[in-house]
Design a protein around this ligand. Structure first.
Ligand SMILES: [Zn+2]
Length: 241
């Protein structure tokens, strides 16, 4: 709905086209929080976070990346439009991302606000994590990996067919597709971890998955740090692009 629809998947074209006095990203079609459809531009913020750039390289942008803020004309909720290449600063580890996203996606009654307060983060964080997970990997590739690992795995039977909801969780078909991909990805990552001959010791399947996806000489075993590591994102941009 917002960041997921941005056409910019690489840093260079975004920085050439977006910023104060340069250009604005497209206006979102609807509010994140209410059915309002009138969205205003609402200033800029700059992030100085380290980015995961082309080919998974980590890149520091010293002058900051300008991010457009927008606000709903109806309820005054405001939020930031994150381009898909940007890896938001990680105050929260993947275990929290995983638990909160799963709580939101698996419970029909769950709302971003309620899940955010349960996990001690803002509701926009939960919203963003779900979008990030929806673009993280191709669920069908994870399923194929599970079946290669354990041919008799019942994983196929566990792939969610829909996101349970007793209220509308997505205001656009694109966002609805992202939610379902995020849900499938989380479930399949968990099933993959359990399908292994020697299950990973990490209780967070997502963190284990991020480590296994990491490329380069310092692989999963080569580096230990308390904070969540930078990692390579294979799939970016809209799911069907
Ligand atoms: Zn609103």
């Amino acid at each position: 709905m917002s960041s997921i629809l941005l056409p910019w998947t690489d840093i260079k074209s975004y920085r050439a086209e977006i910023g104060p006095g340069v250009g604005r990203p497209p206006r979102p079609v609807g509010c994140l929080r209410c059915p309002g459809k009138r969205i205003w531009y609402d200033g800029w913020r700059r992030v100085f976070s380290v980015l995961i750039g082309d080919e998974g390289r980590v890149e520091r942008v010293d002058e900051g990346v300008p991010l457009q803020r927008v606000a709903c004309a109806t309820c005054w909720t405001s939020w930031t439009l994150w381009p898909s290449f940007l890896h938001p600063a990680r105050q929260f580890g993947p275990d929290v991302n995983e638990a909160a996203a799963l709580a939101y996606l698996s419970d029909a009654r769950a709302t971003y606000v309620e899940v955010g307060s349960r996990y001690g983060c803002s509701w926009t964080s939960v919203w963003r994590w779900v979008g990030w997970l929806g673009r993280l990997a191709a669920p069908e590739e994870i399923l194929a990996a599970i079946l290669r690992t354990a041919g008799d795995s019942p994983a196929l039977d566990f792939v969610p067919r829909e996101v349970p909801q007793d209220h509308e969780k997505a205001y656009s078909p694109e966002r609805a597709a992202i939610l379902l991909r995020a849900y499938r990805t989380l479930v399949l990552i968990g099933l993959w971890a359990r399908a292994l001959w020697v299950p990973p010791s990490d209780p967070s399947s997502l963190r284990w998955f991020l480590w296994t996806q990491r490329r380069g000489p310092r692989g999963p075993q080569g580096q230990r740090e308390a904070r969540s590591p930078a990692f390579h994102i294979d799939r970016r941009g809209p799911p069907d692009a």
